[in-house]
Design a protein around this ligand. Sequence first.
Ligand code: ATP
Length: 565
Amino acid sequence: MLWKEVCEIFNKIENTTKRLDKRAYFIKLLEKVKDPEDLKRICYIAIGRVFPEYDERELGVGEKLLINAIISSGINKDKLYEKIKETGDIGLAAEKAKEEGKVKTLLFSPLTVKEVFETLRKVAETEGEGSQKKKMRLISSLFLRASPIERRYLARLILGDMRIGMNIPTVLEALSIYFNVPKEKLEKIYAVTNDIGLLAEKLMKNELDDKELNIKLFRPIKPMLAQLAPSIEEAIIEMGHPQFETKYDGARIQIHKKGDKVKIYSRKLEDVTHALPEIVNEIKKFKHDLIVEGECVAIEEGRPRPFQDILRRFRRKHDIGKAMKKINLRAYLFDLLYKDGESYIDKPFKERRKALEELVGYENDWRKERERIERELKEDKKIDISYKLVTNDPREAKEFYKWSLSIGHEGVMIKNLNAPYTPGSRVRTMYKFKPTLENLDVVITKAKRGMGKRKDWYGSFEICVKDKDGNLQPIGYVGTGLTEEDLQMLKEMIDKIVVKDLGDEVIVKPEIVVEVAYEEIQKSDKYPCGYALRFPRIVRFRFDKSIEDINTLEDVERIYKLQRK
Ligand code: ATP
């Protein structure tokens, strides 16, 4: 398939703001694809990638290298810079800037999707001495043959930002309509594989039952998420005889182990193995091949340290040695998804829990083993399993809840013992119960330049939730709750993701997720969504979350109503 055909449809997708139209154009594109391999490539490319979503390989091409490659393919340098300044988009600039000399594209055969894709994968694999030059040559060879519109999407693909507004949910819907397969089925497979290209390829080949699409070691799976329980009593009525567990205040991790090889992924499925060497060492001691999930907690004197401490460690690529001395880590495992070649995700939770208990050799039953549990709180124990209480007695459950708070954790999880593991969805078979008015996870979309004491930083930040179409909806500005260290870190992060400078504020790529508390939600005509947060304050950064995980406008409406009650 020709690159040009894809670019022409991308252009149509880009030029409509309506999600349903985007989906319709993408279906038109699907109609043209004949080869499953091409379909795979196109699905990755539509979301700005040449590798699967879970795969962290990168092209290693910055803006400078890209610009040089474009220039060396024969684009006029001054014109290119002029257009970049005008549009703020290297893609558009590469399209609009004039080529030097004649219409050379006619001399070459047209680019295919396959060539673009494979060349960029080669770029990613090029490492070591002289790699920058080699990368540049490879990229330049593509631009040399590209027409203006092809250059636009080539440049954007290289930077990993297509700017056409396609996202995974829209691609999944389009695939579901075109191939006439229920969306829920595709969503489920997607949550297990995290690989839109592979899913599309298998779909076209009619191979959805291929074992490649099952849970697999070293391919992280999207975590099952909990709903907020209205009360302990109601959760018991709904579930019958559930298992309560301490809800630990830490960061979620998913551990994959085969023989001596161990990898640990964050909630966002990023590889954070480097940050947790002591956990890796302990996990290696298990005899089995495993995928287990847990919460990683930083502990000092038997009490959990702020959750932020762990996330800082995830972000830190070097100097783990130093960080290790300062904080003790403990991973509380709470689920098991795979053992020795067998998937456990369709098994009921009680079987998965039993496998976990067999792994460590004890149950951690709060009713029976409370004394040992309390004694071990202060010990340096790297791997544990979650504390449990299976009960249908609200009084006993509340006692366990209070105890969980008293040892410094967040609350309790309430789990249906008969439920399977449902990757990627927020289910009613797992509840969380915690004391606070629900905080909101929001994404930063604008940053105002600071004044006075904050003149070297950004002073306040526009925050957004998402509506049901996935569009971002501002609900306020937040500036409080930040230390000077936070402000400095935010400045460095924001400067890297500025999309447009408006003078007193900048628009940024929606990447930084923060958790905000607030006094109340108000009706307001200040924002198109009709709501605004009163006195929002940043409680913590959620580097473990991405834009997909932020709260929705529906959540805001629900809390607003609840508040009025
Ligand atoms: P929150 O913002 O409350 O941490 P979340 O959006 O990250 O929630 P939820 O699914 O809503 O995720 O809540 C469950 C989270 O609680 C898990 O992601 C996990 O990180 C954490 N957790 C702590 N202890 C447990 C436990 N025993 N079992 C399951 N999850 C636990």
